[in-house]
Write a protein that binds this ligand. Structure first.
Ligand code: PRX
Length: 649
């Protein structure tokens, strides 16, 4: 945790109350209502969730609300529904056929909108096309697309026919795509002829072609024409999306899915060298996102909601696609970069579409604040009524800027804490009720019992930092790690017997949660979750590298950035050129977001006598913190001094 973060928290102790008018119209209007409902939800979570689940449409009602199957939690067993039906047909049936579901804003600005009725037709057409290509219930479909409407359409089409989607962020490299396809054993890949970012074309199809050379499970590839760039189309394997759907029927019977059948896999970095496939299932995931979206974003029928996340991450899955659509909301989806063509793109999108609710990440807020107030001040932003943030701790300075310059001091800010594994938001203000403290994610959502534990498993005292855990299961939680149930048990439940989040946090005198950062080897770079082991193995795969260790260091905009210590193999010379080459190598193998900002060549790394690299010491060096503890137990204590002397500023 950067030291300036702690000091700024100490300085900022103002409390911001929800505007009276906001509270009066909100779904949850005050802390008393929150308190009563929260009490009910944790005293009898099964009754609470069962009552809420009646808001969805079921083919068959469940038999059991919750069952603990030897540490694997099952929700709504015996129940059958279809997620896509609940997100589209149910909304159309309720009279909203002509309500806008998506407003798609491409980088070019030439918008396209889809009503619920149109979206349903497009989804059905693609669902039928998938079936023709042999995709069946339980098959995995890999989706490697930019932020274009075909991405949610493909996801919903999978959900409709019972196929499992696995979306890979379009900014990932071919190596990252290959690893994910190999693990998920996908049968079909959906990609595009490229994507636009900052006006440039990123070659998705080329990446996909390279990846699938080593992915024998892929039988077919569907290619969306986005950029018009010429790409290879291999006969009898690759098909253009627009040609496939041309003749397809506009209706497709939704598959009746058991609550606990798989909905999607989403890979995320952990402490191991390989990303984990987090598995989410049908009913529990849908219910949790339906309800968290409704109450945390306080959604109303005429709201326009804009979430800047990429659908390649969990935020996009839960709060661009499933949560908003299940509520019949209107969602703005933006294709490109926040600064294209200029640093006011988000603010212009807000004005252009009269956005009422805006959800983004602290890293974007910091980056845009740095561009200056002149950009938002050129816009009105008067349509906004609620702001949100997610992905990493927000420093109070950024919070206050967001509150003043974007929210004009009239919009509550929901600082939402959650993870790929949790499926939806677990700790967050309810905007009409919760008094806000900048930098705090405030209080747990209904049904969520969060606690801070010490190393020995005892409960931490008030204001004492420790491990953030969730004590009881909730409907949106991960069900397992794809093909790896042992990792699920070990990583999330072994340490304390309750769900271990991997974050450190504290609870203050008012019961407010303050998330401090990760306790494991995951580095949050600009809100993206990067496994240090993945970056290290990419570095070590370079021919010149003998050994590598990466640690986070505080970064003004990204929150944390990556500092790499690299030991070269004998005969290799340190040079700027080699540094650049190593950075490019990581970008190629893991993805551009994992690029180290600093690379320090080292003779050796600090190690224990048993050969374990002491990251704690490297982290202190990278942070410029002299307090690196006892070095006497190192097999090579002298190296610390050398590393410090050669530190990259
Ligand atoms: O460290 C926490 C941080 O993001 C991690 C989860 O990352 P990921 O699975 O990529 O999901 C991000 C989007 C939900 C958490 O373990 N994190 C997320 N939200 C917050 C946060 N840290 C502090 N405050 C938040 N609001």
């Amino acid at each position: 945790m950067p030291a300036n973060y702690i000091t700024s928290i100490l300085k900022e102790n103002r409390i911001f109350y929800p505007p009276k008018k906001f509270s009066e119209n909100a779904h949850i209007k005050n802390m008393q209502q929150y308190g009563e409902l929260y009490k009910k939800s944790v005293e009898n979570p099964e009754a609470f969730w069962a009552e809420m689940a009646l808001q969805l449409e079921w083919y068959k009602k469940w038999d059991t609300v919750l069952r603990n199957d030897m540490g694997f939690f099952k929700w709504f067993e015996g129940g059958y529904l279809n997620v896509c039906y609940n997100c589209l047909d149910r909304i159309v049936k309720s009279g909203k056929k002509n309500k806008t579901a998506f407003i798609w804003e491409p980088e070019s600005g030439k918008c396209k909108t889809y009503t619920y009725g149109q979206l349903l037709k497009e989804v059905c057409k693609f669902a039928n096309a998938l079936k023709k290509l042999g995709v069946k219930k339980g098959h995995v479909v890999e989706i490697y697309l930019p932020m274009i409407p075909e991405l949610p359409i493909a996801m919903l089409a999978c959900a409709r026919i019972g196929a499992i989607h696995s979306v890979v962020f379009g900014g990932f490299s071919s190596g990252a795509l290959r690893d994910r396809i190999q693990d998920s054993k996908a049968e079909l890949l959906v990609t595009s002829d490229g994507s636009f970012r900052n006006g440039k074309i990123y070659p998705l199809k080329e990446n996909a072609d390279n990846a699938i050379k080593e992915c024998p499970s892929i039988k077919n590839v569907v290619v969306v024409k986005r950029t018009g760039k010429k790409v290879d189309i291999r006969k009898n394997r690759d098909y253009w999306w627009h040609e496939l759907i041309k003749e397809e029927n506009e209706s497709c019977e939704p598959e009746s899915m058991h609550s606990e059948e798989s909905l999607f896999i989403l890979y995320t970095s952990g402490t191991t060298g390989k990303p984990k496939g987090i598995l989410h299932t049908q009913a529990g995931y849908l219910l949790f996102n339906y309800l968290t979206f409704k109450w945390i974003f306080d959604i109303k029928d005429n709201d326009i909601y804009f979430c800047t996340a990429d659908i390649g991450w969990i935020t996009g899955h839960s709060y661009i696609v499933y949560g908003p659509l299940a509520n019949g909301a209107t969602v703005v989806m933006y294709e490109g970069s926040p600064t294209f063509p200029k640093a006011d793109r988000f603010w212009r999108i807000i004005d252009k579409h009269n956005v009422n609710i805006f959800y983004t990440a602290p890293t974007a807020i910091r980056a845009l604040a740095k561009e200056g107030d002149k950009w938002p001040n050129k816009c009105s932003l008067s349509s906004l009524r609620l702001l949100g943030t997610v992905g990493e701790p927000i420093n109070p300075e950024a919070w206050l800027w967001y509150h003043k310059v974007i929210g004009k001091e009239k919009c509550p800010i929901v600082d939402t804490w959650w993870q790929t594994e949790t499926g939806g938001i677990l700790i967050s203000p309810l905007p009409g009720a919760t008094p806000l403290k900048p930098g705090s994610t405030t209080k747990p959502f209904f049904g969520i019992e969060a606690e801070i534990l010490r190393e020995d498993g005892s409960k931490a005292a008030v204001n004492e930092g420790g491990y953030l855990v969730i004590k009881k299961p909730w409907p949106g939680m991960l069900r397992t790690v794809w093909m790896n149930p042992d990792v699920y048990k070990e990583k999330y439940f072994e340490k304390f017997g309750v769900y271990l989040t991997g974050d450190s946090a504290k609870i203050d005198d008012d019961g407010y949660f303050w998330v401090m950062g990760r306790t494991d080897d995951v580095i949050k770079v600009a809100g993206h979750r990067i496994g240090s082991a993945e970056v290290e193995s990419a570095l070590v795969s370079h021919k010149a590298v003998a050994e590598a260790a990466v640690v986070p260091f505080p970064h003004e905009i990204k929150g944390s950035a990556i500092y790499a210590f690299v030991v070269l193999k004998k005969g290799n010379k340190k040079s700027w050129k080699l540094k650049e080459e190593l950075i490019a190598h990581v970008a190629e193998h893991v993805g551009p977001i994992a690029r180290p900002d600093k690379v320090q060549f080292a003779e050796d790394l600090p190690k224990t006598r048993s050969g374990k690299i002491m990251r704690r010491i490297l982290k202190a060096i990278a942070e410029g913190n002299k307090d690196y503890g006892n070095t006497a137990t190192l097999s090579n204590p002298g190296i610390v001094e050398t590393l410090l002397k050669e530190k990259i500023e």
